[in-house]
Design a protein around this ligand. Sequence first.
Ligand code: FPP
Ligand code: MG
Length: 338
Amino acid sequence: MLNILTEKFPKYSKKLDQILKPVEKDLSLLEDNLTGNLYSGNSDLDKMVRYFFNSGGKRLRPAVSILFSKAINKGHLLPDNFELALAIEMIHTASLIHDDVIDNSETRRGVMTLNKKWGAKTAVITGDYILSRALTRLISINTPVAEIFSKTLNELCIGEILQKNQNYKIISLEDYINKSEKKTARLFMAGTECAAVITPQANNLIINAARSYSLNFGIAFQIIDDILNFNGTLQQIGKPVASDLKNGIITAPVIFANREYEEKGDFTLKNLIDRKFRNEKDFERALRIIFDSDGINKARILAENYIQKAISSLDVIENNSYKQALIDLAYYTAERKS
Ligand code: FPP
Ligand code: MG
């Protein structure tokens, strides 16, 4: 069983824009390049690509990769790292488009999903197209980058199938973390690991720091995402509140809540989930049980532990504004509302 530490965690109030200031220009260039580089000449594909990229998104994965690259390279961004950052956001986008097909989701980032607007077939093809363009960029980088990414894509798929197979099952915390690592943390990890691998002066200590920072950051990010699914508003999270639970996706707050009740001999929550919420009343009852428990709070403490681990991974890197931004970003993740 994982240990839950209750170490004091600082309250954090910096805004994301402020934190990302040191890479503001790189991210603005990335934004200009994202859709332009995906031009296919097919008006249908181009329309869908534009629609998705214009719906927003924090561009956190490329931001983390660029920050790490600059933190270990005296503020210099290698052209290959910019390619890497573009490819990461494209892969993330393709995976979200496919995820929405799998989940039959109707909204993302506050707008209709591609599958809802144009149908699942069109959405799958658009995701495949964006993925294929990301791969073109990755193989142009002359190092083990393509190999790292092919493993990462494998892991993403395994994470997603694990989630599908665990539907309406009260999984263990270890299984939940394992799935979160694969479906979310691995892509963050590929971004920083590759940033280190393509930097000539990066030694093994730096490469390990790159892996450890984003592995822990990514797991924390997913736990917070799962908490927000419960206590965010429709406007903040861009999709219906508690949609994960409704769809049988069992996340940290539910696992902790269920553990708390089972320890008291109360199996109501488990029974409601086992019978896949026979009706709306069942679902609302389960939701009330979760909110009445310490589940969300315990999940937050777990995320904060991963954030602390992510931050200590950076000890081997010299202090500079990019490293500070990575630290700030980790704290921000715990406090984010969207
Ligand atoms: C969103 O997480 C989904 C993922 C992080 C991974 C999805 C992975 C795949 C569909 C397999 C790989 C596919 C490609 C094309 C690379 P979430 O469901 O927790 O978040 P959400 O609530 O925003 O949907
Ligand atoms: Mg999803």
